[in-house]
Design a binder for this molecule. Structure first.
Ligand SMILES: [Zn+2]
Length: 200
């Protein structure tokens, strides 16, 4: 399946989730776990925030074995994240990498408030990485909700670009047309996943 076809399939799963017609992880009756003991063949890699309200298998209505998920607060692309995604791209040959941000992300909010130094520790590091990414969005929004939305959008785009900067092998897969990298935002209010439009 091509990356664009996988994206359509992923979005159909989110539609089922929104409409309350889940068939995936919540209803795994037709999953052959035995067939997966020695082998996995996910259709996509998904990098999302660790936020408990945004489990990709649920909100995209996917079954066990269907998506290779990497989760980290703020979906910041650190070395372990990049390494895990390289495994999905190189070994599992996924044709799609979806970076999934979400509405009201705590990490993004903390970055907007410039809390990195105050929080300190490793968590402060995550927030500090996002601070310069979200700073330009502070000037643009009409209200808090719009600033927040724009900031989440900016962090998704940052992560998409940064993964390819930090991983020559992932960048090469994109260049060769073997991998499609897409960004999307999950709305906590509507449960809908909206794919970000390409920047012109
Ligand atoms: Zn979050």
């Amino acid at each position: 399946m091509k990356g664009s076809e996988v994206l359509e399939k992923i979005l159909r799963g989110n539609k089922r989730f929104v409409q309350g017609e889940r068939t995936g992880i919540c209803n795994p009756v037709d999953v052959d776990l035995g067939a997966m003991v020695h082998f996995q063949s996910p259709i996509a890699a998904v990098l999302s925030c660790s936020d408990s309200r945004v489990p990709p298998e649920h909100v995209l209505d996917k079954k066990i074995g269907e998506i290779f998920v990497v989760r980290v607060a703020g979906k910041v692309p650190g070395p372990s994240v990049i390494g895990s995604l390289e495994y999905a791209v190189l070994n599992l040959k996924v044709p799609l990498l979806l970076v999934l941000g979400h509405e009201n992300c705590g990490a993004v909010k903390a970055a907007l408030e410039g809390k990195g130094d105050e929080v300190g520790g490793a968590l402060g590091g995550i927030i500090r990485e996002l601070e310069p990414v979200v700073k330009p969005t502070l000037m643009k929004g009409e209200d808090v909700a719009e600033v927040m939305h724009n900031a989440v959008d900016a962090t998704v785009r940052y992560t998409m670009a940064r993964i390819q900067e930090l991983s020559p092998v992932i960048a090469a897969a994109v260049r060769k047309g073997e991998l499609l990298v897409k960004g999307a935002i999950y709305s906590l209010s509507t449960s809908e996943v909206t794919v970000l439009e390409e920047e012109g």
